[in-house]
Structure formats: structure tokens, C-alpha cells
Design a protein around this ligand. Structure first.
Ligand code: M6R
Length: 608
């Protein structure tokens, strides 16, 4: 979802802006633009489509002189993805340039007022309102104009702003849309996310809601919404620049799938001490854990799918009842929460608008909230009462893989911790679970090494019209994610069904050759799912089954079998998902799709 970069310093700004925007491409966008101060004027260049078009238009930035600038990749919300609607937007005499992430909710009302005052608009965007409103309030003091605008606009925003008559500064403002500041050697930067600045600095500061940053070549000052100076702390980013690069892989998605053994190890090891689960950052006392009456998991997309898996794990292992909610539904349905309910919000980015709103809703009702988050310092991480980080590192591909795997591990660890404290598992059982957890990274590696076989199989389905994913219990949860992986990057229609539910309607879609993926990892449910496999095969389906090593019986029912190594019944999702990720990936590659940046999607969905 839109990306912002800004720079002021000793170097030419445009190439730095383009480079930073390229690091934010993963967020999803449909047009891009930059504005620089060339010594006399603000000059803007915008182009629909990929950043490459803008780079070519500006000779990689070389043809845009100037040492201060702002850039933007736009994911259209208000107004079609056109050159005109691309950012930056300007006031009428082009003395103020603005880039914006988020949505100005009262823009129509503001636009009408500005039109009445004689302002003329060039675009259909909500952002242009900000440029004209700044113009309206600007009397030579940028800070004053910005704070006045902040008091007038509703909604979410991260803004980068330059005033032509004060070209030594870049201003940055945020409310409910992420924005960071990077303190560099030769200049300072703003960006929507850390990878955009990592080439220049590791010292970053997270701008909080309703705060303003003013950057010059040497200084960075922060102010509150009333324009009063405030002090802020910087964080040093520890992860490697290479973590945000492709490192020889054809796609970020493939690289990230291959990082899963490490991700799982990194998320596990700091929490395994002397064969016990120690989640220091959780900060819940045993008494608080025993008092939990119910767990409510709230998330979107794949993070929601890990919640569906986790329900089976928490309930089965710790005997705590679990509700799983889609964040976009939770916030508007006036949910009934018990005061002793623990609300877990799961999010890779920590910025998903619906998940953040759900977190705030739960907090407002007085419930204890726990964020399972990947991006350190993100909004959900900062606002949740407790945070448990998934140590997956930066995830660039829009389709999540390694963050999903890390989220599963976080759930297993929490479930084990809760089970131990509440006495629902014995020490001996705990030791067994920990042994199984420790084996997961190498088992995932084994499955990844089998990629050629899956690639060959996937190549047969590049022209598929519909694919169905079925499973029971935890296997249904895996199917939800397998189906999403395939459809979001290959654009092939797919659906996941609880295996027993298919015959209540959807089975009518099965035709000769329809691919059905059946996940069959739960021993007590083998026979039941095999019956469902037989039902679809009888109607012409071709069945690919993912099952545990040793369950060779399945070869009598399924057409194509992928075996996963033996693990505990609660952890099978971590293994069964690997072939399904690979399958989705290779179908999309075979179709020639833009795997890392699928159409219409954004990495971080910061609008409702
Ligand atoms: O950053 P989040 O984990 O909150 O994102 C949630 C979903 O938007 C995300 O999982 C999405 O479904 C991905 N495209 C899945 O690959």
C-alpha cells in the first residue's frame, strides 16, 4: 500500500528517492512520482505503472537536479490509477508539494469548501485537498500550516511535504499510517518502512500518531500536533541490508520460502530454555494465565489463517476456548467480550488498518491484548499491552510465507506455555513437544529440497480454472492458506472447504480433471477425509494429497501424493504448508505472473 520516501542532504535527491521507492515496491502500487526542489522551483514527475517507467523518464533520477525531494508509490483508493492522480500533488502555484499514504475521510467536505474559495483541483484524489489546505493556511510558517491542517483533516495519513520557499526542509507527519525518519551521514530521510533507508542509515526513529518531523541536511526536529518541540528516541536496526534484497533468488517469495527454516529457528530458540518455554516479553504471571477465560484471535488474511490453526492447538492442548475473528468483521459487530478474555492480534506488518482498529476496540473494552507481530516498532507492536515478535525479518513478497510460518510457531509456544501453567500437559509431554518443535526447521528444509517434483506437477496446472482445497480440523486451516497462496499470485480461482462440507453444495462444481488438494495429516480423521477424496474422485476430480509419511494407504484413493515428515498432530501445519506454498508459487511462475507483486494487492493494507 502506498510508499513514501523523502530526502534532504548533500547528494542528488532524485536517485535516492527512486532507490528508496524501489525498496518499497513490495507494498503494492500502480503509479509513482517524485518532486524535487531544483534550486528555483519544485519540479514533479509522475508516471502510471511500474517504477521503471519513472526511472526511464528521469534517467534514473539524473535529469532531476536538486538536493531535497519527496517520492511516492501510489496504490489507488480515490481516483483511478492515472498520471494525474499519482503523487506528489501540488498547490495551484506549485510552491507546496505533498505525498500521502492513507485516506482523508472528510475530503469531499474540505474540497467543497476549497472550491468555494476558488481553489482549482487537478486530480480526483483526497490528497490534493491537503496540498490546497496547506496553501490556504500557509503564511510563511510551515509548522503552523501543518498543525492547522492536522486539526482539519479526519482519517489516516502519513505525509511528506516540501515548501518551495523553505527548501532546506522536508516535513513528515503521521496519523494511523506508518512513517519513519532515518538519520544519515550525508543527509536525512523519511520513509514508510525501514528497507527504504537501510542503504543510508540504520538509525531510525518511528514517528508516532499526530507527530511532525522537520528534517534538514544536518538536523531532525520533532513536534507535537500543537507545534511544540518533543524529544524522540532513535533505534538501531540490526537486520542486514541483504535481508531486504533478493540474494540470487528469482523472486522474493522463493527466497522467503527458503528462509523458513531459519525463521522458525529464530522464533523458537530465544523462547526455549532448559527444555522449558520462556516467553519473557509476554509479561503474564502464572496467575494471569490461569485466569484467561477465553482466547480471541483477531487478524486478516493469512494471519487469520494461523489463528484458525491456533484454535485447534489452544483448545486441544491448553483446553482454553478460542474464538477466531476476521478483524474487518470484529470491529463493527459489537462483539461480546468476557473481561478475562485475552485478545490476540496477529499481523506481519503490524500496520493492517482493520487489525489495528480491532486492537483498539479490544483495549477500549478493557481486555488484555497481545500482539503477535513481525515488524518491530509497528503500530500494533506499540499499542498492544504485550507483544510477542515473530523473528522472520523483513518480508517483501506480497504473499506471505515465512511470516506465516513464524506466526504458527508463536502460537505453538504460547499454547505450550499456557498448557504447562494450567496443568493440561505433563512435563514429559512438554519435552516431547519441544523435541518435535526443534525438528521442524530441518523437516521444512527437506520439504523445500523437494521443490522440483512440485514444480513439475504445478506446471500441469497453469491453465486450471478452479482448484479446491479440502481438509478436516487443522487440515482445513492449512487448506485455507494453501488456497489463498494459489489464488493471490496465480489468479486461478480456488476455494478451501472443510472436507465434510463440500458435498453440501460445492461438489457440483467438480468436473472431469478438476484439481482437488486434500490435506490429510490428522490420523484420527484419515478415514473420514479419504471418504471425501473418494467422493470427488468419483465425480472426475484429480486428487493431490498431502499426508504424513507412512500413510501409504492414501495412494489407493489419491492420484498424486506428497508426504510430509512425521511430527506432532498439532504441528503438521508447519510442514504441510510448504508443498502448498511451492505449488502456488510454481503455478504462478508457470503462468508468467508477477509473483512478488500480484495485481490489485498491497503488502500492508493500511486502509479499511
Ligand atoms: O500484515 P498482516 O499480517 O496484518 O497482513 C494480513 C493480510 O493482509 C495478509 O496476510 C495477506 O492476506 C497476504 N496477502 C497473504 O499472503
Amino acid at each position: 500500500m502506498c510508499g513514501i520516501v523523502g530526502y534532504v542532504g548533500k547528494s542528488q535527491a532524485a536517485p535516492i528517492l527512486l532507490d528508496g521507492l524501489a525498496k518499497l515496491e513490495y507494498r503494492g502500487y500502480d503509479s509513482a512520482g517524485i518532486a524535487v526542489y531544483d534550486g528555483e522551483h519544485l519540479v514533479g514527475k509522475k508516471a502510471m505503472g511500474r517504477l521503471k517507467v519513472l526511472s526511464e523518464m528521469t534517467h534514473d533520477g539524473a535529469s532531476m537536479p536538486g538536493y531535497v525531494g519527496i517520492g511516492h508509490t501510489r496504490w489507488a483508493t480515490h481516483g483511478a490509477p492515472t498520471d494525474n492522480n499519482a503523487h506528489p500533488h501540488f498547490n495551484e502555484d506549485e510552491t507546496i508539494a505533498v505525498v500521502h499514504n492513507g485516506i482523508i475521510e472528510n475530503y469531499l467536505k474540505l474540497k467543497k469548501k476549497l472550491l468555494d474559495k476558488g481553489y482549482r483541483f487537478q486530480s480526483d484524489t483526497d490528497t490534493e485537498v491537503v496540498a490546497h489546505l496547506l496553501d490556504y493556511y500557509y503564511k510563511g510558517d510551515p509548522l503552523e500550516a501543518i498543525t492547522k491542517v492536522m486539526h482539519r483533516v479526519d482519517g489516516s495519513y502519513a505525509l511528506g511535504i516540501i515548501f518551495a520557499d523553505q527548501p532546506q526542509y522536508v516535513y513528515a507527519v503521521r496519523k494511523d499510517s506508518p512513517l519513519i525518519v532515518g538519520k544519515g551521514q550525508d543527509g536525512n530521510l523519511i520513509a514508510s518502512d525501514v528497507p527504504a533507508v537501510l542503504k543510508y542509515t540504520r538509525d531510525v526513529c518511528f514517528i508516532e500518531n499526530q507527530e511532525i518531523a522537520r528534517l534538514s541536511e544536518r538536523e531532525i526536529d520533532f513536534f507535537n500536533v500543537d507545534g511544540e518541540p518533543i524529544e524522540k528516541e532513535y533505534k538501531t536496526i540490526e537486520w542486514d541490508v541483504n535481508a531486504a534484497e533478493k540474494g540470487g533468488y528469482e523472486h522474493f517469495m522463493l527466497k522467503e520460502m527458503y528462509e523458513q527454516p531459519k525463521t522458525v529457528r529464530d522464533t523458537l530458540s530465544p523462547r526455549l530454555k532448559d527444555n522449558q518455554i520462556e516467553i519473557e516479553e509476554l509479561g503474564l504471571t502464572d496467575e494471569e494465565i490461569r485466569a484467561i477465560s477465553r482466547i480471541r484471535i483477531v487478524a486478516c488474511g493469512s494471519a487469520y489463517h494461523t489463528g484458525v490453526t491456533a484454535k485447534y492447538v489452544y483448545e486441544g492442548m491448553a483446553r482454553i476456548p478460542v474464538e477466531v475473528d476476521l478483524a474487518s468483521e470484529f470491529r463493527y459487530r459489537n462483539p461480546i467480550l468476557d473481561e478475562k478474555e485475552l485478545v490476540i492480534i496477529i499481523s506481519q506488518s503490524g500496520e493492517t488498518a482493520d487489525s489495528l482498529a480491532a486492537l483498539r476496540e479490544a483495549k477500549a473494552r478493557g481486555n488484555m491484548t497481545l500482539g503477535i507481530v513481525n515488524v518491530v516498532g509497528s503500530s500494533i507492536a506499540r499499542e498492544a499491552d504485550k507483544v510477542m515478535y515473530t523473528w522472520a525479518g523483513p518480508e517483501i513478497a506480497v504473499a506471505t510465507t515465512k511470516a506465516y510460518s513464524a506466526q504458527l510457531i508463536a502460537h505453538y509456544l504460547l499454547a505450550l506455555k499456557f498448557s504447562t501453567v494450567r496443568g493440561t500437559i505433563t512435563e514429559e509431554e512438554l519435552a516431547g513437544y519441544i523435541t518435535d518443535l526443534k525438528r521442524l526447521p530441518e523437516q521444512i528444509e527437506l520439504l523445500l529440497n523437494n521443490k522440483e517434483r512440485i514444480q513439475r506437477f504445478a506446471n500441469r496446472y497453469v491453465s486450471a480454472k478452479d482448484v479446491f482445497f479440502i481438509g478436516r480440523g487443522i487440515d482445513y486451516a492449512i487448506s485455507l492458506e494453501g488456497s489463498l497462496k494459489l489464488k493471490e499470485i496465480s489468479y486461478i480461482h480456488s476455494e478451501a472447504y472443510a472436507a465434510g462440507e463440500l458435498k453440501h453444495g460445492t461438489i457440483s462444481l467438480i468436473e472431469d480433471g478438476t484439481l482437488v488438494s486434500a490435506v490429510v495429516t490428522q490420523e484420527d480423521l484419515y478415514k473420514k477425509t479419504i471418504s471425501n477424496i473418494v467422493e470427488v474422485r468419483t465425480r472426475g476430480a484429480f486428487v493431490m494429497a498431502v499426508t504424513n509419511e507412512g500413510n501409504t494407504e492414501i495412494e489407493k484413493a489419491a492420484d498424486y501424493v506428497i508426504y510430509i515428515p512425521q511430527t506432532n498432530k498439532y504441528f503438521t501445519n508447519s510442514l504441510a504448508i510448504i508443498p502448498l506454498q511451492l505449488f502456488g508459487y510454481y503455478v504462478a511462475v508457470g503462468k508468467g505472473c508477477d509473483v512478488d507483486k500480484p495485481r490489485n494487492l498491497a503488502k500492508s493494507v493500511t486502509v479499511e
